[in-house]
Design a protein around this ligand. Structure first.
Ligand code: HEM
Length: 153
């Protein structure tokens, strides 16, 4: 029962986390293309507040994965290493970027500083999304929902 709960938590958070990040990236690109200051401020504010949902989701994803792991598998070690990178990238780069972009937009400072931070956020956001996708693939192999290796032709 305990393991079942961990598996459900892990699977649900593995869906919510990348969807949130993807939504942030799409909303950012749409606001930049549209160019309206009001829309940029709204998107930056919503992203900043949505961190209150994303951060606990990522924590639950990492904790449930670690508790499901039996520490004997190469795929699990790779996922743990990736998770550490995802977390460091999130805490050290993406969260500060999201908060400063909200602050700058809110003060009408859509200048070169804003665009440099925005480019950094988009780049590292995509990196995290790719790492999460790789962990989903490895997770599906671990849970037996995807074959571990294709048979040699
Ligand atoms: C970005 C972070 C992660 C994502 C997106 C992710 C995603 C997934 C997914 C989609 C599954 C398959 C669930 C299912 O088929 O029901 C899974 C399973 C699993 N993951 Fe993760 N995972 C992440 C982090 C971790 C971490 C840090 C560990 C620790 C080693 C881990 C260990 C496992 C294990 C052991 C399973 C198999 C669970 C089972 O069915 O017994 N995951 N993961």
């Amino acid at each position: 029962m305990q393991r079942k709960l961990l598996q459900t938590t892990h699977a649900v958070t593995a869906v919510i986390a990348p969807l949130l990040i993807l939504t942030f990236l799409i909303a950012t690109i749409v606001a930049e293309i549209n160019g309206s200051l009001a829309l940029i401020i709204m998107v930056k504010r919503d992203i900043a507040y949505s961190l209150l949902l994303l951060l606990p989701t990522m924590a639950a994803l990492g904790i449930s994965g670690t508790r499901l792991s039996n520490h004997q598998n190469t795929l699990e070690s790779t996922k743990k290493l990736r998770m550490a990178f995802i977390a460091a990238n999130g805490v050290l780069i993406l969260v500060p970027c999201a908060l400063s972009l909200y602050w700058l937009a809110n003060h009408g400072l859509i200048d070169s500083r804003f665009y440099i931070i925005q480019a950094l956020e988009l780049t590292f956001g995509c990196v995290n999304l790719i790492l999460i996708a790789l962990s989903i693939r490895d997770g599906l192999k671990l849970s037996g929902h995807m074959p571990k290796q294709r048979a040699a032709l």
